[in-house]
Design a protein around this ligand. Structure first.
Ligand SMILES: Nc1nc2c(ncn2[C@@H]2O[C@H](COP(=O)(O)OP(=O)(O)OP(=O)(O)O)[C@@H](O)[C@H]2O)c(=O)[nH]1
Ligand SMILES: [Mg+2]
Length: 435
């Protein structure tokens, strides 16, 4: 049996055959779209897709996922096409993986395994690396076959084989590997907790401004929009999961409002639960947002099911109650206007944009300003001359309507977001004082 090792993935691109099952209840196009997405994932992971096999079934076969006859057919294709990997468009049980590996003598990858591989390749910051490590270790634990031995090797810092000399008395290699992986999992969790604490402290310091998070299906254009709104230069490319880390920047709206905008990891259909859990720290940004901008690629044929997939993940994160503005992106390459009309009627609270061309961005900024204007309260403040800094604060975060330099104090009338009132409470003037 060939091992899925670093060489297979990196130097010579794998020659992969995709395997999908169309359940009788599914529409044909759903399965085709899902396979097209799987091909894009394989491509992102640096693999060559050289074939595709599909079977229609009532339900997946518990032993091989597809039927035994299909496995034989697959064997012939593997030899004919000189394939070295098969990728299944669903998650396989650990037993199915073992059975298929045994029958075909080939590297077997499932959807989650492929997504994890992409995440591993793309993780750049320490936090993302730890999150991906955690997800990979948890995925590997019940699947300790030869295919995953490379994973545990890496997780232990690129040293020697997990186990080996370290094997405890009376332990099988498998038990040793499991024990070491569990130990590794708690180590990674601990490191993640530290990173999370730091993130929480940072976030606490930012409570002063409204938090807005970009969410959406992978490749919808979140980073492109983020760059446009912030003037940043985050990586945005035609790849799935270009972004793994969330980044936050302050932006000023065409009003006195300043908000914190976060770019986040994209979602995908059939997103494995433990992956969402591993990215919890990053995604807390989403759960704690005051407003979500749900970026949608309206030119995508699967636009509606992508919206549904994102809503499902938001639900899982406990974020489904957060006010959401739908942002219909890529209108520059929209072929079918009817889709947009339908979506607009379904989501009246939405804006149309092209993040790439810049179209609709000022309308989006205005819409944000209007929304945050609803948080404003009218105040009259009597600021002692010794509190000049507070006046700067009001200028920075509010709209100053009137300033009157009186003998005892500076009397200011302003509109200011309610969240800032706490700081100014002491100086709020009673009507008699400023009238
Ligand atoms: N035609 C067109 N392409 C766009 C638009 N916005 C983004 N794109 C392209 O779509 C691709 C994905 O954009 P990203 O901004 O990386 O998407 P993302 O949502 O951040 O993706 P992930 O980080 O992978 O989840 C890139 O090739 C962009 O250039 C748009 O308005 N029109
Ligand atoms: Mg991105």
């Amino acid at each position: 049996m060939r091992e899925m090792n670093e060489t297979t993935w990196k130097t010579s691109p794998s020659r992969a055959i995709l395997v999908g099952v169309k359940l009788k209840k599914d529409m044909t196009h759903e399965m085709e779209d899902s396979l097209a997405e799987l091909e894009q994932l394989a491509d992102t992971a640096g693999m060559n897709v050289i074939g595709e096999i599909v079977q229609t079934r009532e339900s997946p076969n518990p032993t091989f996922f597809v039927g035994r006859g299909k496995i034989e057919e697959l064997q012939v294709s593997i030899e004919e096409l000189r394939a070295d990997t098969v990728i299944f468009d669903e998650d396989l049980t650990p037993a199915q993986t073992r059975n298929i590996e045994g029958a075909l003598d080939i590297v077997v990858v499932d959807r989650t395994g492929l997504i994890l591989e992409i995440f591993k390749q793309r993780a750049q910051t320490r936090e993302a690396t730890l999150q991906v490590d955690l997800a990979r270790l948890e995925y590997a634990l019940p699947r300790l076959t030869r295919m995953w031995s490379h994973l545990s090797r890496q997780a232990t810092g690129g040293g020697g084989r997990v186990g080996g000399a370290m094997r405890g008395e009376g332990e099988t290699q498998l038990q040793t590997d499991r024990r070491l992986i569990r130990r590794e999992i708690s180590k990674v969790k601990k490191s993640l907790q530290n990173v999370e604490t730091q993130r929480r402290i940072r976030r606490h310091g930012r409570k002063e401004m409204a938090n807005v998070s970009l969410v959406g299906y992978t490749n919808a254009g979140k980073s492109t929009l983020f760059n446009q709104l912030t003037g940043e230069n985050r990586e945005a490319e035609d790849k799935l999961f270009a972004t793994l880390d969330s980044t936050t920047r302050t932006i000023k709206l065409p009003s006195h409002h300043r908000i914190l905008l976060s770019d986040t990891v994209g979602f995908i259909k059939k997103l494995p639960h433990h992956l969402v859990a591993a990215f919890k720290a990053t995604l807390d940004e989403v759960a704690e947002a005051d407003l979500l901008l749900h970026v949608v690629d309206v030119s995508h044929p699967q636009v509606e099911s992508q919206i549904a997939a994102v809503n499902e993940v938001l639900d899982e994160l406990g974020a489904s109650e957060i006010p959401t503005l739908m942002v219909f992106n890529k209108i520059d390459c929209l072929e079918n206007e009817a889709v947009l009309c339908l979506l607009r009627s379904r989501y009246p609270e939405s804006v149309n944009i092209s993040a790439r061309c810049g179209e609709g961005l000022s309308a989006l900024r205005m819409e944000l300003a209007n929304r945050f204007a609803e948080d404003d309260v009218d105040v009259a403040l009597a600021l002692p001359y010794s509190e000049g800094k507070k006046l700067d604060f009001v200028y920075k975060h509010g709209e100053v309507l009137d300033v009157n330099y009186q003998s005892a104090a500076i009397v200011v009338k302003a509109k200011i977001p309610e969240r800032h009132l706490g700081r100014l409470k002491r100086f709020v003037a009673t009507p008699e004082e400023h009238s």
